[in-house]
Structures are given as C-alpha cells and as structure tokens.
Design a protein around this ligand. Structure first.
Ligand code: MG
Ligand code: MG
Length: 255
C-alpha cells in the first residue's frame, strides 16, 4: 500500500534525513587510506546515537538475506555495488567506496547513499561517480506531481545507458515513510508516461546503481549481503530520499 504523507510527516522525515546526511558526511570524513571500514560504521553510529535516532539497517533482514545486517551503514568497495558489510578491510589508495545509511526519528525514516574515491582517483572512477550523481539529479527532477513512475526510471536509466554502464538488476529505489522500505518500488529504468502517478506527499528513495563494465547481473558475496559485479568492474551508488510536492521535488537527505 502506498502512503501519502502529510506536510507534518514530511517535516519529521526531513529531520531523519538530515541525520542521515550527517552520518554519511561523518563516515566519508574518516575514510582514508589504511582506515578499516568498521571506522566508517562507528562514525555513522555516533551521529545516530548523538541525535537519538534509530538505525533501520542494523539487524535488518530482508527475504534475500541469510543473516541480519550487522551495521548501521553499508560500505561497498570497488566491484561491490551495494550492501557491503563494513568489516575489517582497510581502505587502499584509489578505492572507490559507496556508503549507504538510514535513520529513523519521531516516526520518520531517511535513506541516502554516496560514492567517493579514497586517495588518488582513477579518471574512469570519477566519471562513473559523476554519472551516478547526474542520474540521481535527473531522477529527482522528474519527481513532480502528475508525472509517472516510468518518467523517473527513464530519466535515471537514460543517463546510465548513455555512458555505457550497466544498471544493477533486481534492485532499485522504493517508497519510504515510517519504514525505510515501503511501496511503491522505483525501478532505475522505465517507460516515460507509464506507471504509478506521482502526487504531493509521496516520498521516494531514488538510488541509481551503475556498473562500469556494462553488465546488469551481479554475484552475491559468501556473507549473503554484498553484491558484486560479474566482471570485477567498479560500481557507483547514489541515493536521496525525495518528497514529491506541489512546490517541486524536496530532497529530505541534504545536510
Ligand atoms: Mg539506502
Ligand atoms: Mg534505499
């Protein structure tokens, strides 16, 4: 069931979203060559704790997972596209890192992700990350009342395909509200003018996931969480929680 939020609920979600933005910024700030991924999770945990926010990631166990997720943040490095567990791995020069974090506060949830390079970047990685951000921006621009879900997917997918990237199969964005994952699903490709009609008060997490090698398929890590590219190529993930409003798209997960 798709829930339409009141303006008061949107304001509550904005507070949760601001905490997510702070947690991501704190995690990115500690990311450096030689730093273990656990330190990124700890930085995000501290932000949630200080804000009195809950984590929708910690102990999350969707249908595809064999074990509950053990952290408040996903850290996906290089060929891991999404859902990486932030473990003991120490970051190396040139690593491409995607971090994804959520928060719940006063009945509202927020969900956002960003990608960046640690140390000396490869030009191809910078272009991949930039294209993911551009696709997210295009999806946000399409998130207006009267448009259709297919317009968002079309906007996101067109940017990724034009660059020759793959678009991770089976995973995409989602509705969000009290829970992190709500209806409706938000595919990263779509037909313009088709699908669910967007209206004021609908809140969606938009999240392009692109693979540099061009394949849409993935392989799952032995831990049952991390999703890797089939060819070892690198990947990018960017996400914002966005409210559709009569005044235009309202991004709830900005600082
Ligand atoms: Mg997310
Ligand atoms: Mg999400």
């Amino acid at each position: 069931m798709v829930e339409i939020k009141t303006n008061g609920e949107l304001d509550a979600m904005r507070e949760a979203g601001r905490i997510v933005a702070r947690a991501l910024a704190a995690a990115e700030q500690v990311a450096a060559v030689g730093v273990p991924l656990t330190a990124l999770d700890e930085a995000a945990r501290e932000v949630l704790r200080a804000a009195g926010a809950g984590s929708p990631f910690l102990n999350y166990r969707p249908h595809f997972a064999a074990t509950p997720f053990p952290a408040v943040l996903c850290a996906s490095v290089n060929d891991t596209v999404v859902h990486g567990i932030p473990g003991a791995y120490r970051l190396r020069d040139g690593d491409l890192v995607s971090i994804d974090c959520g928060a719940t506060l006063d009945g509202g949830a927020g969900d956002a992700a960003t990608s960046f390079v640690v140390g000396t970047p490869r030009q191809a990685d910078l272009e991949l990350v930039e294209t993911g951000r551009a696709a997210l921006a295009a999806g946000i621009a399409a998130a207006v009342p009267g448009a259709r879900m297919g317009d968002i997917g079309h906007a996101i997918g067109t940017v990724g395909r034009a660059a020759g990237y793959g678009i991770l199969a089976d995973f995409g964005g989602h509705g969000i509200g009290r829970q992190m994952h709500e209806d409706p699903p938000v595919p990263n490709e779509g037909q313009p003018g088709r699908g669910f009609r967007l209206r004021h008060g609908l809140v969606l997490a938009l999240e392009p996931m692109f693979t540099a090698g061009g394949a849409d398929a993935y392989v799952m890590d032995a831990d049952g969480w991390g999703l890797r590219t089939v060819d070892g190529s690198r990947a990018t993930h960017s996400e914002h929680t966005v409210a559709i409003t009569d005044d235009g798209p309202r991004v709830l997960t900005l600082l």
